[in-house]
Design a protein around this ligand. Structure first.
Ligand code: GLV
Ligand code: GLV
Length: 326
């Protein structure tokens, strides 16, 4: 029997590749960059299965080009790069990688929160420059974290994990949920309160974004939103860049409408909006939320298992359109 042909659009950790190679013919993008659109469409023409990245747009044009395709596995938990409705119309299963990167992403949100609150990156630059004159009582005053109010926008898997990590800091926790349903874990463990976005904005000292990017969350944070936050508030985004209107954020940070921001994601990735790089009250890292060895290995294995199931005509573990198997 012919082995299924699989294409992986970027080199991923070997765990999943090894698993796929047991039963499939595996081809991997040899370049250390995302493929250009035409390259991607040409590569997938004869493939039975594809593992792709956030930078790959998986839409009608992609499915038209991938004539032999039986399944697509995203190497990411977020799936705003996939037109799931189009996949479902074509009875094409698609999957993502939830669960395996939850703790790593929540931990990065905390790393950013502390980096901004205690001015870690700004003061690291000063140390390295040799400009530090020695300890001074008025130098580099930052923000307290313990006992403050943490606002979680999106109380799903990652938002819940981030909130639970606040336990040691005795914080008051508020959260919003698109479902509008109370999160039992947050209520039981932290006595967190489900609130409106308005209340969360007005009350929180730290706001951490953990909602998916959808038409409803695009530019959820813009000039009017920043105006409703406390001037001492710090905003953390490890979710998706376009949830924040980035030029409004640059203005709000510059005018101290809000105190600071820690960003892992950008509206126009990999570009940053002009001015952001000049702001000392912004800490910026390059989309590294899931970048730990265990998370990336877990993503690799889960994407591979998902794809193998789809190639066998079975519902994958983390299917984005399970209704096609009904
Ligand atoms: C990363 O951004 C992911 O969605 O996995
Ligand atoms: C600071 O280093 C202190 O000892 O208070």
């Amino acid at each position: 029997m012919r082995k299924p042909k699989v294409f992986i659009t970027r080199l991923i950790p070997r765990e999943g590749i090894d698993l796929l190679k047991e039963t499939c013919e595996v081809e991997i993008n040899p370049q250390d960059r995302p493929l250009h659109r035409e390259e991607l469409l040409a590569q997938v023409a004869d493939k039975d299965g594809v593992i792709g990245m956030l930078s790959d747009r998986i839409d009608a044009e992609f499915f038209d080009a991938a004539k032999a395709l039986r399944g697509y596995a995203n190497f990411a938990v977020g799936f705003d790069n996939i037109d799931v409705a189009e996949a479902t119309r074509r009875n094409m299963p698609v999957s993502n990688t939830p669960g395996v990167l939850t703790q790593a992403t929540a931990e990065l949100a905390w790393a950013l929160l502390f980096a901004v609150a205690r001015r870690i990156v700004e003061t690291d630059r000063i140390m390295r420059s040799g400009a530090w004159p020695g300890l001074g009582p008025l130098q580099f005053i930052g923000a307290d974290v313990s006992g403050k109010t943490l606002g979680i926008v999106g109380g799903g898997r990652i938002g819940t994990a981030m909130a639970l990590m606040s336990k040691g800091f005795q914080m008051r926790v508020l959260y919003t949920n698109t479902s509008g349903k109370e999160n039992q874990t947050l209520q039981a463990e932290l006595r967190a309160r489900l609130v409106s976005l308005d209340e969360l904005l007005a009350e929180s000292d730290f706001i951490s974004i953990h909602t998916p990017l959808t038409p409803a969350t695009r530019h959820l944070f813009k000039a009017e939103t920043f105006a409703r936050m406390k001037p001492a508030a710090i905003l953390i985004n490890t979710a998706r860049g376009p949830i924040i209107k980035e030029d409004d954020l640059v203005a709000a940070l510059g005018s101290r409408t809000i105190a600071g921001a820690g960003l892992d994601v950008y509206e126009f990735e990999p570009q940053m909006t002009a001015g952001l790089a000049d702001l000392n009250n912004a800490v910026v890292v390059p989309h590294i939320g899931s970048a730990t060895s265990s998370s990336r290995a877990g993503m690799s294995l889960l994407a591979a298992r998902n794809l193998l199931a789809m190639l066998q005509g079975e519902k994958p573990e983390s299917c984005l359109n399970p209704e096609i198997y009904a």
